[in-house]
Design a protein around this ligand. Structure first.
Ligand SMILES: O=P([O-])(O)O[C@H]1O[C@H](COP(=O)(O)O)[C@@H](O)[C@H](O)[C@H]1O
Ligand SMILES: [Mg+2]
Length: 572
């Protein structure tokens, strides 16, 4: 601890009477017995990342607790007043199934009210997409969800939505952080004004569910012959997805009982992340047992969804985010095509997602916009291009956004859309999987893989920084024998052709991301996660596919290519 006098100083500043006696006692004990833990808790403040502010729950400035969230809420209140004036301000707050989410939501509501701001607080847990919807539906200036999304149980977090219903982006995010950083903890107004806190539920649930059914439907046939196994993985989607499916006419929905009850300990899974195959094990087992057509699982705040469908061999196969994005987008494009393109439509994706998205959109003659990683950037496009019509968008990470009524990824509406696509395909003698393979025939067979390395704590963060520096200093000259022809460094927003050194500007905000593109169209992207202590590597390769029957061979060849690229990289 002697090497870090500032960290000790930070910790000691929590020993005043402003802080609860239990907190003070814990810090005293840590000073005496566990300096390493103290260091991790106080070496920095929590930061806003890809999807809000996330951290482990506990005592410290680098932890989620009533003081760190109280200070963020105080800063946000000050910023709202400065932006919109002190009167008539309104915010809406939702929370997920996590341990402490409800009590932290209460603290956040109290701090807003103490600042004279009207608060709409959901009576019980609700989904993130419903909160995004509620911001605009209730004409609020901002919204907050207490959730750490799919992170492990020890985490919690704070997603902040702005007036447009999307998560905060520049310039607001930087200005809000500045407003938070200049405060001391003692400046938090904790004393509630109860008359300003309004409990809400049905009055927002009903319009949200109706809008979800309207946006997610494509008029599929065979809804009552289509069998779905659904798991909320102990999270919030139980409040919306069964109802949306029922209202859309799906009668064969089996819910995994063991995972239906909201529970912040997520007792039946290692991680409540549908991107981890293990999280869907129970649901897939059930799906195989009852011969279901589709399995759907959602994360705790119900913005991401994992889907498994019957593959060519009749087995339930989990699809990745790129695959579901491609097929959902294709259906939205076809749906619009049927009524005629107006010419102002666009679809959206991100720089680490499959390039197949823009190839497909171009084939339809529709604009495809590409943003930095994260749905907050996709939502921002709707605001940035008010004269254009957003059809839908997605990314490599699981989750999809259908239309404009929710300004974040929305597992509720996306679940319905996936069922609609699959039910209609089944009624027409095809399947979700077959339709995906047809996309590969039409636009090229793209295979993607994500490799994430977890590196925790202060040392892990340093290692991740160093790995990115190493990549910049020693970029790969080729991938699987194909020369790199374009290096995109988003930290400087410059793309370079290493063959002749020529360069051009990238028209996106700066971000710590590197992308290498080869002559044969393979791509490797590297970036630190903005939600978890991880560094992520995204690989994309492609080859033409002449017919659906050639798929297994072509996909196998591409998988082997990804293996070779990974072997060259020696990541550790
Ligand atoms: O975690 P969620 O479900 O809120 O999702 C958030 O984080 C994901 C992972 O981000 P990163 O790669 O920086 O960890 C993003 O892809 C997603 O757009 C964002 O909304
Ligand atoms: Mg989530």
């Amino acid at each position: 601890m002697e090497q870090f006098p500032e960290i000790l100083q930070n910790a000691k500043s929590w020993l005043t009477d402003f802080f609860d006696p239990a907190v003070k006692q814990e810090i005293q004990e840590l000073i005496e017995k566990d300096p390493e833990s103290l260091q991790d808790r106080f070496y920095k403040n929590l930061e806003f990342g890809t999807g809000g502010m996330r951290g482990i729950m506990g005592t410290g400035t680098n932890r989620i607790n009533k003081y760190t969230l109280g200070k963020s809420t105080q800063g946000l209140s000050n910023y709202l007043k400065q932006t919109y004036g002190p009167d008539g301000l309104k915010v809406v707050i939702a929370y997920d199934c996590r341990n402490n989410s409800q009590s932290l939501a209460r603290v956040v509501a109290e701090v807003f009210s103490a600042n004279g701001i009207q608060v709409y607080l959901f009576s019980e847990l609700r989904t993130t997409p419903e909160l995004s919807f509620a911001v605009r539906y209730l004409n609020c200036h901002a919204g907050v969800v207490l959730t750490a999304s799919h992170n492990p149980p020890e985490y919690n977090g704070y997603k902040v939505y702005w007036t447009d219903g999307g998560q905060i982006v520049p310039p607001q995010d930087g200005e809000i952080i500045a407003a938070i950083d200049k405060l001391s903890f003692e400046e938090i107004a904790f004393e509630p004004r109860e008359e300003l806190i309004h409990i809400i539920d049905k009055e927002v649930d009903e319009p949200f569910i109706n809008a979800s059914v309207a946006n997610g439907s494509i008029g599929a046939r065979g809804r009552d012959q289509f069998s779905i196994v659904f798991t909320p993985l102990h999270g919030t989607s139980i409040t919306a997805i069964p109802e949306v499916l029922k209202r859309a006419g799906y009668s064969q929905v089996t819910i995994i009982e063991e995972q239906a009850e909201p529970d912040g300990n997520f007792p039946t899974v290692v991680s409540p992340n549908p991107e981890e195959q293990e999280a869907l094990d129970l649901a897939i087992k059930k799906g195989e047992a009852i011969g279901a057509d589709m399995v759907v699982g959602t994360d705790p705040d119900s913005d991401r969804l994992g889907i498994a469908v019957r593959n060519g061999e009749g087995k339930l196969e989990i699809l990745n985010g790129n695959q579901t994005m491609i097929l959902m987008t294709r259906f939205l494009l076809d749906k619009r095509k049927a009524t005629g393109f107006k010419g102002d439509e666009f679809v959206a994706s991100t720089i680490v997602s499959t390039p197949m998205m823009s190839v497909m959109a171009a084939d339809y003659g529709v604009d495809c916009k590409t943003s930095l990683t994260g749905f907050k950037w996709i939502a921002k496009m709707i605001e940035d291009y008010p004269d254009q019509d957003f059809l839908g968008g997605g990314e490599e990470s699981y989750g999809f956004m259908v239309g404009e009524f929710v300004r974040d990824k929305d597992a509720v509406t996306s679940t319905l859309l996936a069922c609609e696509i699959a039910a209609e395909a089944k009624a027409a003698g095809s399947s979700f999987y077959q339709e995906l393979l047809k996309c590969y025939v039409d636009f090229g067979c793209y295979r993607e893989r994500l490799v994430s390395l977890t590196k925790k704590g202060m040392d892990g963060a340093k290692e991740i920084r160093e790995m990115m520096v190493k990549f910049r200093e020693n970029p790969p000259a080729s991938l699987d024998g194909s020369p790199v022809v374009r290096v995109e460094d988003y930290s400087t927003a410059v793309a370079t052709d290493p063959r002749d050194g020529s360069s051009e500007a990238i028209d996106l905000p700066k971000s710590n991301v590197l992308i290498f593109i080869t002559e044969d169209g393979s791509r490797l992207a590297a970036r630190p996660s903005g939600t978890e202590p991880k560094i992520k590597f995204y690989i994309s390769v492609n080859a033409p596919l002449d017919s659906v029957s050639d798929y297994a061979g072509v996909a196998g060849g591409l998988d082997a290519k990804i293996d070779r690229i990974l072997a060259e990289l020696t990541l550790d």
